[in-house]
Design a protein around this ligand. Sequence first.
Ligand SMILES: *Cc1c(COP(=O)(O)O)cnc(C)c1O
Length: 469
Amino acid sequence: MKTPAANRRALPAVDRVMQALGAIDLPRTVVVAAVREEIAVLRRSLAGSDAGPDDVAGTVAAERLAETLARVRDRLERLRRSRLQPVINGTGVLIHTNLGRAPLGPAVIEALTEAAGSYSNLEFDLVSGGRGGRAAWLEQNLALLFGAEAATIANNCAAALVLLLRHCTGGARKEVLISRGELIQIGGGFRIPDILETSGARLREVGTTNRTELADYERACSPQTGLILKVHRSNFFMGGFVASPDTAELAALARRRRVPLIEDLGSGAIRRTETMGLGEHEPTPAEVLRAGVELVCFSGDKLFGGPQAGIIAGRARRVRALKRDPLFRALRCDKLVLAAMQATVDLHLASEPADALPLHGMLQVSCAELQERAARLVAALSGLPLEVRIGRGKSRLGGGTMPRTSIDSVTLDLRPATGALDELAARLRAASPPVIGHLSAGALKLDLRTVFPHQDAALADAIRQALES
Ligand SMILES: *Cc1c(COP(=O)(O)O)cnc(C)c1O
């Protein structure tokens, strides 16, 4: 017999909750852990209060079981949704950092699959039968692509930047000259001054926020200067009373003072962006190297259209030295990234048509084509308690790339017959696959430029699910 106090504190047993939950399509260990966690929460909430009701014919136990069940189901749903999974990107932001940046194309996916399921010559020389250089082909072709003496790759552009800074400030010259107008935050809380400090470098700010002249760099240059760093203002723009020396001028100064000039380009445009439907010109790695930069770094998964990586290109002597840094070993890419990057570089070298890289393909799609798809979707969605209209949109590159540039696009504008818009947005995020759009002008807008044509049927299905759930 339990005492009344024990009854008041009685907790549902794990087995009992598991049984009541029924079949759940998650690993049993995950479900049991969630059940234990929720029972523990209940225990803690009861611990303080022993003034709870006495258990009258099991009603308290039944209530506690029901409450625990509801909380476990909620917890499991959140867990399920946190699992990495494909989503439909209706935001119109092509390089969406929160949605995984650049999607990969068929040739790259095939290379990735082959590397994943088989042994490879990752560090094996097929000619001599001995140990081989990791990523030798990739490094050589990256260099060719940018007209650089040498190139290599690290985990991401942030890692590349740390390596570059350590390399140049590892000796007695600890100072990094950087314009006050370029002390930027890149996203994900990544700030240039912090990364400088992490690398053991000392920041020497030059000029003012809006204007930095060549003479400012000249004055700041001293025997302590380890490098001049130029950070491309990739994720914001400044207008009005602004000035900064161009790369060639700065390179000439760096040469005179015998310090390396390094540029962080961020987005890694390879083709001329103005011919890609992107109005503005984004500097390319080849261009800044020609202008006299010693080393350049940028992301692999922004405009370059490949997997996450930080690409470094420039002087062979410096690239070799970088690769000897023990940190390079810690920040190197794995074989899957190397395989995907190798295939991406091969596509760039072959000047394959734009649609070989999905990102570039998306940029080329005409509004007329998007309009046709939108019309088919409107027809497919007729009869639902929903107003569906074809709207106009502005797609953006995103990922901190060319913030001034937008591309005309076509949207599907959804307005539910009943219920709130953010409720519809939440239901679409809960659909399978989840659909992400944005709210604007009293509608949930889905930009079709970032939805792959092969996803149209799944998109219509997801919208139907959202309204029927
Ligand atoms: C995006 C960006 C980075 C960071 O690149 P990751 O590959 O995400 O590490 C660094 N510098 C600039 C200028 C960028 O735009």
